[in-house]
Write a protein that binds this ligand. Structure first.
Ligand code: ZN
Length: 253
């Protein structure tokens, strides 16, 4: 079975910063899509903030099993109506993978219901990503840990809800640690937050990172039919209760 992924990117720093552009010609979504498609079981499309409706039309989401989200400089430019649309899709069963500075995106903060704040430092430090949940499907093929020679530091406390599972914890050269791979479930949707991926470094060209992204898409994919209107709250009238009852007491309806 082919999983349909959509790699979304705000696509800002690749167009206004020469160092980022040199690392990611055409945008980080191009590198992310290449990594996702490397083993043939994931069909990838891409979308960027500048597309009509940010490329997240109802039609595009109809064809998306798992959405990946990279944002940093332009979180506020994402239309609130689109955020509501994506949230409803996640509640209905679409997978969502939030990458790096997507921790501050409108969609992640809405789904977490928390500030999602953290400490940071841009100093090209070594990051050692520890697998703390061996045999978790998102850690498949990784071994005990892997290192990224240059990354931005993110430090605890990370003000997110307690996760369903913690898959990775990162250590940074400067001494801080961070829960860098967290799973959640919201409605019928599987959500994975993955920390590495600062735009000034070649993280999305790293083979281990590509493995994590593919693993995460496979894990987040929910093969069940989508719930079309996850916010529906139907009344069950007395005469349709599974057991026979008689209405009693006051009513406001
Ligand atoms: Zn960053």
């Amino acid at each position: 079975m082919t999983i349909r992924a959509l790699a979304w990117n705000e696509f800002v720093h690749e167009r206004n910063n020469k160092d980022v552009e040199a690392l990611y010609p055409g945008g980080m979504h191009v590198a992310i899509a290449a990594a996702l498609g490397a083993e043939g079981d994931i069909a990838v499309k891409t979308a960027v903030l500048q597309d009509a409706e940010h490329g997240l039309t109802e039609a595009a989401l109809d064809e998306t099993d798992v959405l990946l989200w990279w944002g940093h400089a332009a979180h506020d430019e994402v239309d609130d109506a689109i955020v509501e649309r994506v949230a409803a899709r996640v509640w209905g069963g679409m997978g969502l993978i939030v990458l790096h500075s997507g921790h501050f995106s409108k969609i992640f903060r809405k789904l977490m219901g928390a500030p999602c704040a953290l400490k940071w430092r841009e100093a090209g430090e070594r990051e050692r990503v520890w697998v703390v949940n061996p045999r978790h499907p998102i850690a498949a093929g990784l071994g005990e840990n892997f290192e990224l020679e240059t990354e931005e530091m993110y430090g605890e406390p990370f003000s997110v809800p307690e996760p369903l599972e913690t898959v990775f914890i990162s250590w940074f050269q400067g001494g801080e640690v961070f829960r860098s791979g967290l799973t959640y479930r919201r409605g019928a949707g599987n959500i994975f937050y993955f920390r590495p991926g600062h735009e000034a470094y070649p993280t999305y060209h790293d083979k281990r990172v590509g493995q994590v992204l593919r693993n995460a898409v496979r894990w987040a994919f929910n093969p069940q039919p989508r719930i079309a209107k996850p916010g529906d709250a139907p009344e069950v009238p007395v005469d349709r209760a599974p057991e026979k009852i008689t209405a009693r007491g006051p009513s406001v309806h």
